[in-house]
Ligand binder design. Sequence first.
Ligand code: NAD
Length: 337
Amino acid sequence: SSSTTPITATLFPGDGIGPEIAESVKKVFTTAGVPINWEEHYVSTEIDPRTQSFLTWESLESVRRNKVGLKGPMATPIGKGHRSLNLTLRKELNLYANVRPCYSLPGYKTRYDDVNLITIRENTEGEYSGLEHQVVRGVVESLKIITRQASLRVAEYAFHYAKTHGRERVSAIHKANIMQKTDGLFLKCCREVAEKYPEITYEEVVIDNCCMMLVKNPALFDVLVMPNLYGDIISDLCAGLVGGLGLTPSCNIGEDGVALAEAVHGSAPDIAGKNLANPTALLLSGVMMLRHLKMNEQAEQIHSAIINTIAEGKYRTADLGGSSTTTDFTKAICDHL
Ligand code: NAD
């Protein structure tokens, strides 16, 4: 069902191709009559002392207030004394789960045509805790942190996602045979949560075996949940299975119901400002945002228009082997609406 009360959402057009593909999203959403008012925020050219980042405190407040947002790619400026933009967002908004649906697009031929899986990555700890130091010259140490609290939180999200999205199976990806304490705790938490969802099949797959199975037959998987580093790698592997960066959406889930959707790709400086970028990944991220808002009717409508445009093959951007500009491709999607 759809809602008609307008909702305010934060929009970070971002850098490089970001503003071009954000323009495409605004155009498609307006054409589809989505009741959203965008609150646009740009990355600042100066460091905000309150966030120690090029993201201002006002930008973060906007997401906290609206609880929902869409983010274009951001190029973190090089230099000292500031935090990476994505890390700032993750930490400040407590974005604990990164969700990436990965499915074959009908009409766009890749090596596989029956991929339909979801990767859910723990986003706050593991090897990405930033705790690295030198013990003595030639010896360094990095701490991998796994907590019960963060593991239960992401497992709970994965099972809840499976249940509410008509999925049948959750696979926990791990290396607990070697990382007995850390991955062992992660698995223990997944098992605990699995018991609360008897209708969902639960399995545990060792990461190396998981990679082999994914490239042999990705249709073997449904929902995958995993610690941070494994999730980083596996989610990119899965994006590659269905056609790459220009097509893959994602959504970051935070505490207090915050959802920040974003394309997986970067700012593509090589094609920025040339009207060549493929807006599909950001558009599909926008569709995830609409589903999060329970605007399922509009989400479905926009999703079909994108799929149909790509399947028809008349208008495709260069990364998909076509010669359309961003604006022509966007117009074709609007015509399908
Ligand atoms: P990239 O994703 O920007 O580009 C890799 C290649 O893919 C390039 O050839 C690019 O042209 C192409 N590409 C990417 N998105 C495309 C699209 N929508 N349509 C058509 N082609 C597309 O990766 P990179 O070059 O490693 O990074 C560039 C900048 O982006 C860096 O500053 C990096 O820090 C930043 N980055 C940001 C994010 C993010 O904000 N989430 C993610 C990755 C990289």
